[in-house]
Design a protein around this ligand. Structure first.
Ligand code: ATP
Length: 190
């Protein structure tokens, strides 16, 4: 299968993430999209980052029974901090039956040249880029491995969702219903 990997901290997952994931899984030649939950990066003290397994659980709740999407915890078992190239190589070895493609926003493409071994990433993997409003893609948009897509833009961020929760405001419809119910009943991000 051709699988798109969508990396994020998903802190928490919101409908912006899921719209991108579902768009890529249904409106491109990808068969599946895996939402890869990135673990705590020990080099970056992040007070507001929820525990790995809680974020993974929320992604699973958000995906629900969508057979084209999957939550992946592959980076939990890899050395930290996790670099995308290392995760890609690990997955290639673990799943030789699949072809992996990287999914990223135009903002990430614009700074891809700063990533560890970005040339190796571009040599070995197709990159499906979703355009984001007011973001210049930069010279790598012309790279033969890069394909640009235009899903409907949605200006929601996990930061905004966390801020609402902290202020005791409703996040209904910003996150899938199952995620909303879980967040309402628990203490995450309060
Ligand atoms: P935070 O606000 O905590 O930085 P985030 O909502 O940007 O979080 P991440 O988990 O870092 O979420 O996102 C994973 C990827 O999804 C990132 O590359 C990010 O740019 C992208 N992304 C997040 N929100 C949206 C959105 N509304 N539309 C398109 N892409 C998004």
């Amino acid at each position: 299968m051709k699988i798109g990997l969508f990396f994020g901290s998903f802190n928490p997952v919101h409908v912006g993430h899921l719209i991108i994931a579902n768009y890529m899984a249904t409106q491109t030649d990808l068969d599946r999209v895996w939402l890869v939950v990135s673990p705590h990066n020990p080099l970056k003290p992040k007070k507001t980052l929820a525990r790995d397994h809680d974020r993974l659980h929320l992604v699973r709740l958000g995906i629900g029974d969508n057979p084209r999407l999957k939550a992946s915890d592959v980076e939990f078992q890899l050395p930290k901090p996790s670099y995308t190239i290392d995760t890609l190589l690990f997955l290639k070895e673990k799943h030789p039956e699949h072809q992996f493609v990287l999914i990223m926003g135009g903002d990430s493409l614009a700074s891809l040249h700063l990533w560890k071994n970005y040339e190796q990433i571009l040599a070995g993997y197709d990159i499906y880029v979703y355009r984001r409003p007011n973001i210049e893609l930069g010279p790598l948009a012309e790279h033969p491995r890069v394909r640009i897509f235009e899903p409907p833009p949605l200006d929601i961020s996990a930061t905004y969702v966390r801020d609402c929760l902290k202020a005791g405001k409703s996040v209904r419809y910003l996150v899938p219903d199952a995620v909303w119910e879980y967040l309402e009943s628990g203490k995450m991000y309060r």
